[in-house]
Design a protein around this ligand. Structure first.
Ligand code: NAD
Length: 464
């Protein structure tokens, strides 16, 4: 296991001051500067692919293909998109104004918020650290990135490569755990973006509130998937649900957490899951050919293993547990709503199946629980789709697939309620770090038309 070099707490404030000085010097403002940094960020990935892959393999045993598809590929495309759109996104906007103010010069400027903090988790360390960084660079901010100490190899590679590729006076990495993060939170930021669990999310929001600092909280939660068995292709639904569940061994904020399946075709759905399972892992789920990664650490492994031993449901697929590292993707049938598997976000490769009577029953269960990050629904029926859009709440809603909403840069990604607030992805990542600054310039020459507003007032002027 890689030893992560923690940043001395004594260096935190000087680093922040250096970044503040850079920001206030105006160095990060020119679009040519921002474009260069964005292209350098893309180059930092491309020049070091093997090192990035090795680091994340060391932390999570994540297969190369998953890293390319879900981590490094989207970071490079986001950086290139932002470099391409810099002028458009930063262009001042002249809104249409009422006729009587037509001689005023009214403008909405897009300006950088300033010196920002990005705190990221261990599960998708590259995309969740670097896509927000892309947005912040494009907006013209200076940034400290605080990666998760639970993924030490990836946290170390950030510290090693970012200063080599990006301007070290404007972008820095602070590594460490609670002491180092607390030192960061004592400083006054212009924006904090935090991705992780709700417990720490509350700590971040409370610290930010002391300085009235705006915050984006990207949290997790139990994201349900409803299978409208009479209006979908059950085999494709099962394959796509299993795909989303087993990515990164279920350690994915948008993992389909549990499945709501109408009873009358539940057996058919489980048979379809079995078929997909055999196709995904022909040599068995924990064979070297299966590409199942590991659970991040022994305590998370113990938490998941304990739940599998204590569930009231019936394990119908998988269930194998290897030492304190891997767990086979596992399907548990007939899980009651008060089961251990239904308490918190699972964040592991376990799919509970909760039997329901029909779509209304599924909607009731969803509405009675906290707002999830994502709601998944497999149906070809437009009425059912509209019921999910209009009668439930969640950060996003995705039909007929799992996970792919993140690939669509044109839609915002973020939570609602307990799954957080604020959104990122594509231009939305830029918007987090940009302030919309309204401005109007009232021409001196317009003064003769403004006599009415100046005292002294009279009944005559009031009645005009
Ligand atoms: P984590 O334990 O790595 O914590 C996240 C960050 O918080 C780290 O940088 C860590 O150093 C910092 N931190 C930990 N304790 C702290 C404290 N006491 N004070 C200040 N900072 C502290 O990650 P995690 O919370 O295990 O992440 C998993 C969670 O993140 C899951 O709930 C998952 O759903 C969620 N998540 C959400 C998204 C999203 O986009 N909405 C993406 C990925 C993960």
């Amino acid at each position: 296991m890689t030893m992560l070099k923690y940043t001395p707490v004594s260096e935190v404030e000087p680093t922040y001051k250096q970044l503040s000085n850079t920001f206030h010097s105006g160095a990060t403002l020119p679009l040519a500067y921002r474009r260069k940094q964005l292209l350098q960020l893309a180059r930092m990935i491309q020049d070091n692919i093997e090192a990035w892959e090795a680091a994340i393999f060391s932390d999570l045993a994540k297969p190369k293909q998953e890293v390319a598809m879900a981590e490094l590929g989207p970071v490079v495309s986001s950086a290139l998109l932002a470099a391409d759109k810099l002028e458009e996104w930063n262009e001042p906007v002249r809104p249409e104004v009422e006729a009587w103010r037509s001689s005023w010069d009214t403008t909405i400027y897009t300006v950088p918020k300033g010196v920002c903090l990005i705190i990221s988790p261990w599960n998708y360390p590259y995309i969740i650290s670097l896509c927000p960084l892309v947005g912040a660079i494009a907006a013209g901010c200076a940034v400290i990135l605080k990666p998760s100490e639970l993924a030490p190899a990836t946290a170390q590679i950030f510290a090693d490569l970012i200063p080599k590729y990006l301007d070290p006076n404007a972008y820095a990495v602070v590594n460490g755990a609670v002491a180092e993060t607390s030192a960061l939170l004592n400083l006054k930021w212009n924006h904090i973006m935090y991705t992780g669990g709700i417990r720490v999310g509350r700590i971040i929001a409370a610290a930010a509130a002391k300085n009235v600092t705006p915050v984006t909280l990207e949290l997790g939660g139990k994201s349900p998937v409803f299978v409208d068995v009479d209006n979908t292709d059950i085999e494709i639904a099962a394959k796509r649900i299993l795909f989303g569940k087993q990515q990164n061994s279920g350690q994915l904020c948008v993992s389909p957490d549990y499945a709501l399946v109408p009873r009358h075709k539940k057996a058919e759905f489980i048979a379809a899951l079995e078929k997909a399972y055999k196709a995904f892992y022909p040599d068995g789920p924990l064979a070297p050919t299966s590409h199942i990664g590991k659970i991040i650490n022994p305590s998370h492994h113990a938490r998941l293993s304990w739940m599998l031993k204590n569930t009231k449901g019936k394990i119908v697929i998988g269930g194998q547990i290897e030492g304190d590292k891997r767990i086979a993707p596992t399907v548990v049938d007939d899980v009651p709503l008060d089961d251990v598997l239904m308490e918190d976000e699972l964040f592991g490769p376990i799919l509970p199946i909760v039997p329901v009577d029909d779509v209304e029953h599924a909607l009731r269960i969803i509405r009675e629980r906290s707002y999830p990050l994502v709601l998944y629904c497999f149906t070809e029926n437009e009425d059912v789709r509209q019921k999910f859009v209009t009668r439930t709440n969640s950060g996003t809603v995705t039909f007929n697939d799992t996970y792919s909403q993140l690939a669509v840069h044109e839609i915002p990604f973020g939570g609602q309620g307990d799954s957080g607030y604020g959104t990122w992805n594509g231009k939305y990542s830029f918007d987090i770090f940009a302030h919309k600054r309204g401005s109007t310039n009232v021409p001196i020459a317009a003064d003769p038309d403004m006599g009415l507003r100046y005292p002294p007032y009279s009944d005559e002027s009031y009645n005009v």
